[in-house]
Design a protein around this ligand. Structure first.
Ligand SMILES: Nc1ncnc2c1ncn2[C@@H]1O[C@H](COP(=O)(O)OP(=O)(O)O)[C@@H](O)[C@H]1O
Ligand SMILES: O=c1ccn([C@@H]2O[C@H](COP(=O)(O)OP(=O)(O)O)[C@@H](O)[C@H]2O)c(=O)[nH]1
Length: 236
């Protein structure tokens, strides 16, 4: 039995590279989609926000002297590409997906219209939210928090490169310990970088819990959806 009726799944864009140096690794995206299919088959309504870090990140552009807002728009366009690839892979795997963009790009993707997104979810379609929040200086984590709150998701699931929230960045500090649960207040006070502060703050205000877990661990998404002990729960 699933523990949730409706979820917002945030997929790391960077993880889409798999073992490649850049772009979208075919085997990786197929595996991600198959995991999503498993939970849709359990009757869970799934909305997805995918990042763009495998193609372009605004901060990277900014660091080499680009105008930061322009670089961020490039990052948002990168998430549109990933969203199209994701939805197409879903189609190939026998699912029905709809991409909705936060920035107008009508010939390519339909615009984000909240009631329409809700309708798709009720029809059992997977909705992929593209172009983040549509605003520079934000991240797709914040987009996940925002859309999660808007569609009334019960939880935001952040599938990322680490298997939970740690006392420090586990990629830099081998002594870092994983929390099984942590409050928003503590995560924000300790300035834990696994998610940006804006995303944490929005979820805290909306009382929308977040689960952080590994995108690489087979079966982790299903376990999370079944309410099993997996990753880290960030709670009010
Ligand atoms: N306290 C922490 N706990 C877990 N991960 C952390 C922490 N601080 C920093 N990180 C880093 O945050 C990364 C996940 O955030 P991000 O780069 O935004 O990933 P994504 O591509 O999933 O959006 C992890 O790969 C990890 O190295
Ligand atoms: O609301 C948003 C969402 C994303 N971005 C840009 O899109 C890039 C890709 O998204 P993100 O870094 O969140 O992807 P991920 O970490 O999942 O790979 C970011 O670096 C930002 O430049 C943005 O400007 N506004």
């Amino acid at each position: 039995m699933p523990a949730y009726k409706r979820i917002l799944l945030k997929l790391s864009g960077e993880a889409l590279m798999g073992d490649d140096a850049y772009g979208i690794n075919r085997a990786t995206i197929v595996r991600m989609v198959q995991e999503v299919r498993e939970v849709t088959q359990m009757g869970v309504e799934v909305a997805v926000v995918i990042g763009g870090g495998n193609i372009f990140r605004g901060v990277a552009g900014g660091s080499v002297g680009m105008d930061r807002a322009t670089a961020d728009y490039m990052g948002m366009l990168a998430t549109v590409m990933n969203s199209l690839a994701l939805a197409d892979t879903m189609r190939q795997e026998g699912m029905t997906a709809r991409v909705m963009s936060a920035i107008a790009i009508e010939q390519v993707v339909e615009p984000y219209v909240r009631p329409k997104a809700l309708q798709y979810l009720e029809e059992g379609k997977v909705v992929v939210f593209a172009a983040g929040t549509g605003n520079p200086f934000f991240t797709t984590d914040t987009a996940a928090a925002l859309r999660g709150a808007e569609i009334g998701a019960e939880i935001v699931l952040k599938a990322t490169k680490v298997d939970g929230v740690y006392t420090a960045d586990p990629k830099k500090d081998p002594e870092a310990k994983r929390y099984s649960r942590i409050s928003f207040d503590e995560a924000i006070t300790r300035n834990l970088q696994v998610m940006d502060g804006a995303a944490f703050a929005l979820c805290r205000d909306q009382k929308l819990p977040i689960k952080v877990f590994s995108i690489f661990k087979p079966g982790a998404l299903k376990r999370v959806v079944q309410g099993e002990d997996e990753g880290t729960l960030v709670h009010v």
